[in-house]
Ligand binder design. Structure first.
Ligand SMILES: *[C@@H]1O[C@H](CO)[C@@H](O)[C@H](O)[C@H]1NC(C)=O
Ligand SMILES: *[C@@H]1O[C@H](CO)[C@@H](O)[C@H](O)[C@H]1NC(C)=O
Ligand SMILES: *[C@@H]1O[C@H](CO)[C@@H](O)[C@H](O)[C@H]1NC(C)=O
Length: 778
């Protein structure tokens, strides 16, 4: 159990597991997290106000907010110190303040208040990846877009390490005029560290400080203390850096997906996690400053309805201002229905592998060699044959039990555990991937002592050997190299990547796409130990290799920057459509992309199963094709309002998105599934529900006149009819609508479950593919 907690902590802090603290299954017990417990006198609440309802006698919104606090929170510290932590005025209107539960209830019925959200903690969830994605200097997407030059990506994350070579601005012109962002001067962060690459850096910590019961002194610093923010920013938009590596691993030229895009960091996380009130302030500032794209590798662990999710509400405001929003879908796979950040105004990203292995071997006393992987960094030497021991966890790691032995952790172990084991005298560590969320053994650690990671299946062989002999022994050996090869089947969707169906709106397919998110090399903070901030790890490095949907998200942010550069006038929905309809479902061996998270009834990983659209969305992003999608499915505020109306949100709930909302007018034909989205979900509810008809509108974005013909791939017992079957376009930006009739011919004999198909509009030049997921409810 203790190991479990350590491992979980490690994933929270470093592997960027996307977890909302209040929902976490385990309660971490380290003192680092003690500050998270709200003080008894109050919790932070975000009070969402309808600015249209401000009584005229208040001169300003702030004056009105202050009066609300005095009226409804008179007994508290909130009133006495008049401590409004933030006011929000761009993506939504309102303020953050500390209240008691009773005061919060009172506040929620105050005139003009449309929502009161209790503040929550969210946790954060490449040399090779650009090449793997088909991005090469001198041709294709990079050439067509000048490496995304000038597009500004805002990151809501844990800060930045401005000294990193990945943020060198050599060769970049000044940031565009009209940019309102800047770098703050703070303790430990000199505004002069910013340049034409890092064009903004601000920090938001009022809510975190309030919960911790501390007062922030001076301007909060955007400096990155744990590495995550630096890693994601350089993944999306890092400059070219030759000979980057983590020790000897993944050596090569590191650069982001859009090497000339500009970075603005909005720090909203600290070692204690990221508070909603700080995150919303960061989003508000990013949109006000004028970013083109927002990248958020943070999320809850359990999905909730959009109107109760203040991040979804704030990001709706960002989308209304034309900002493309890309988010991590979460690391709660492979269980179904755990995808988060799943609103239609966000582009939701899952994680997949790249074609790179870090081989290491465990040779058992009986001669059997188990293949694993490792980022063991110290030296290439392995171990001789020494005793193997399986322990209950770190509590039993005393010199008596582990001295000179290889310790097998059947329930997983991180590099942070490795440091503790090494301190107890252990000679080696074997991390057996045995959690549902990562059975595939693909997410690796940079152990400080000889150690490797085995898949669940290899772990079973090890377990069988250990019970078969009285004194099990083994040796560890390391390739200490990186193997890039077409033989390494990739991409494969990671076991931890969160999957659909989408609990917040089952008739909207999520995630949208997958991108590289396993063992990604990117820049690191000079202040951050490699194994995380919770263990005594003296190692520092300029680059680090980590995994998570946190890493997949900025890959898509960078590709979106390339698209924005080529098509500055496209709406966020058009950019997402381009990413989705050109995404691939075929891997580097020509087979269907597989799912590493599928577990059979015995709980064993079986990566023979293909990644369905519930796992991979439309597929793996393809930057070259996304620049020229042919047709796009556009949508905007009006469409999202109709979508939320189709989810039967009340007028009160709707006003959280649109303050002047009166009532639902347009009805979305086909319910929420009728949103003009590049994917389809078709739910057959009962034997009487035999026909579902959905319509879509496509916009031609290619210059030349074109004719498209529909092709359908449908499962057995579903007849799909597209009308019309050809679409002719002449003008640029011309739109055409089509309808699709899905006829259930299976009747009620069909078992409950899912089937999949696709609808493709194509001609010789373009292929516009939409996945279709069929749900049989019966
Ligand atoms: C930035 O890169 C240029 C060109 O490679 C190099 O000359 C310069 O020293 C770098 N600057 C910093 C601060 O590392
Ligand atoms: C690349 O980096 C490695 C490790 O940091 C170093 O040993 C090597 O000399 C470097 N190679 C070049 C060409 O700079
Ligand atoms: C919304 O309400 C209508 C009418 O009661 C119902 O038919 C429909 O199934 C509901 N939709 C959702 C998504 O709950």
């Amino acid at each position: 159990m203790a190991t479990t907690i350590t491992r979980l902590l490690h994933h929270l802090a470093l592997l960027l597991l996307v977890v909302q603290f209040a929902d976490a299954v385990f309660v971490p017990k380290t003192k680092n997290y003690a500050v998270l417990k709200p003080q008894s006198w109050g919790t932070t609440y975000i009070v969402h106000a309808n600015f249209l309802a401000k009584p005229p006698h208040f001169g300003s919104l702030k004056e009105w907010y202050r009066s609300m606090v005095t009226t409804h929170a008179s007994s508290t510290r909130a009133a006495s110190s008049s401590s409004i932590l933030y006011t929000y005025d761009t993506v939504m209107h309102g303020f953050a303040v500390q209240l008691t539960g009773d005061e919060a209830r009172l506040m929620s019925s105050a005139p003009g208040v449309i929502g009161v959200y209790e503040d929550r903690v969210l946790y954060p969830q490449t040399t090779r990846s650009p090449g793997f994605m088909g991005l090469e200097p001198g041709n294709g997407a990079w050439k067509q877009t000048d490496f995304g030059d000038g597009v500004i990506i805002g990151f809501i994350d844990g800060g930045i390490w401005p000294e990193s070579a990945s943020f060198n601005d050599s060769g970049l012109g000044p940031v565009r005029s009209g940019w309102r962002g800047k770098c703050v001067d703070a303790h430990g962060f000199d505004a002069n560290l910013c340049n034409n690459k890092l064009v903004g850096a601000k920090a938001f910590s009022a809510a975190a400080d309030a919960v911790a019961g501390r007062k922030s002194r001076g301007v909060p610093s955007p400096r990155d203390k744990d590495g995550h923010g630096t890693h994601v920013a350089s993944t999306a938009a890092g400059a070219e850096v030759r000979n980057a590596s983590l020790y000897a691993f993944s050596q090569g030229t590191a650069r982001g997906m859009a090497p000339k895009a500009r970075i603005a960091m909005y720090k909203a996380c600290s070692e204690n996690g990221c508070m909603h009130a700080d995150i919303v302030a960061a989003v508000d500032a990013a949109v006000k400053d004028g970013v083109d794209i927002i990248s958020i590798s943070l999320g809850r662990s359990f999905p909730i309805a959009f109107h109760d999710d203040v991040l979804a509400v704030a990001l709706f405001g960002a989308e209304r201002k034309g900002v493309f929003v890309v988010v991590a879908g979460g690391n709660a796979g492979p269980q179904a229905a755990r995808v988060v950040n799943s609103a239609p105004w966000m582009t939701t990203v899952g994680a997949a592998t790249v074609d790179r292995l870090f081989p290491a071997h465990l040779t058992l006393g009986n001669g059997v060699v188990l293949a694993g992987q490792s980022l063991y960094t110290m030296h290439a030497k392995g171990t001789p044959m020494i005793p193997l021991v399986s322990t209950d966890g770190i509590n039993s790691w005393t010199p008596d039990t582990v001295m000179g032995k290889i310790v097998v952790c059947m329930f997983g172990a991180s590099d942070a555990d490795g440091i503790l084991l090494q301190n107890a005298g252990g000679a080696g560590i074997v991390d057996v991937d045995s959690y549902e969320w990562s059975r595939d053994g693909s997410a690796l650690y940079s152990f400080t002592l000889p150690g490797l990671t085995l898949s669940y299946t290899a772990g079973e062989k090890l377990r069988a050997y250990m019970v078969s002999v009285p004194y099990p022994v083994a040796s560890l050996s390391f390739g200490c190299e990186t193997v890039i090869s077409r033989k390494n089947r990739a991409p494969v969707v990671a076991g931890f990547s969160s999957r659909g169906p989408n609990p917040a709106a089952p008739e909207l397919l999520k995630p949208d796409v997958v991108a590289p998110g396993v063992n990604i090399l990117a820049a690191w903070s000079g202040d951050a130990p490699l194994a995380g901030v919770f263990v005594p790890d003296g190692r520092r490095a300029n680059y680090n290799i980590i995994s998570g949907t946190s890493m997949a998200c900025p890959h898509v942010a960078g590709i979106a920057a390339l698209i924005k550069k080529k098509h500055p006038s496209w709406t966020p929905a058009m950019v997402r459509s381009a990413l989705m309809t050109t995404a691939g479902t075929v891997d580097n061996r020509g087979g269907h992309i597989l799912d590493n998270g599928h577990t059979d009834t015995l709980g064993r990983t079986d990566n023979v199963r293909v990644a369905t659209p519930l796992v991979a969305g439309a597929g793996h992003v393809h930057p070259d094709l996304a620049l020229d999608p042919g047709l796009v499915y556009d949508a905007g505020e009006r469409d999202y309002v109709d979508f939320l109306c189709a989810l039967n949100y009340t007028a009160e709930q709707m006003r959280r998105f649109v303050p002047d909302f009166v009532k639902c007018t347009g009805t979305l034909a086909g319910g929420p599934a009728g949103l003009n989205y590049p994917s389809f979900v078709v739910a057959f509810d009962s034997r009487t529900d035999v026909v579902r008809t959905l319509t879509r509108t496509v916009t031609k974005v290619s210059e030349e006149a074109e004719v498209y013909t529909a092709t359908v791939v449908a499962p057995e017992h579903v007849k799909v009819t597209v009308t019309p079957t050809t679409l002719e376009f002449k003008e640029h930006m011309e739109t055409r609508s089509y309808s699709v009739e899905f006829r259930n011919e299976a009747g009620w004999h069909r078992e409950a479950g899912w089937d999949f198909g696709q609808i493709i509009w194509a001609n010789g030049k373009h292929k516009v593919r939409s996945p279709v997921a069929f749900q049989w409810k019966n």
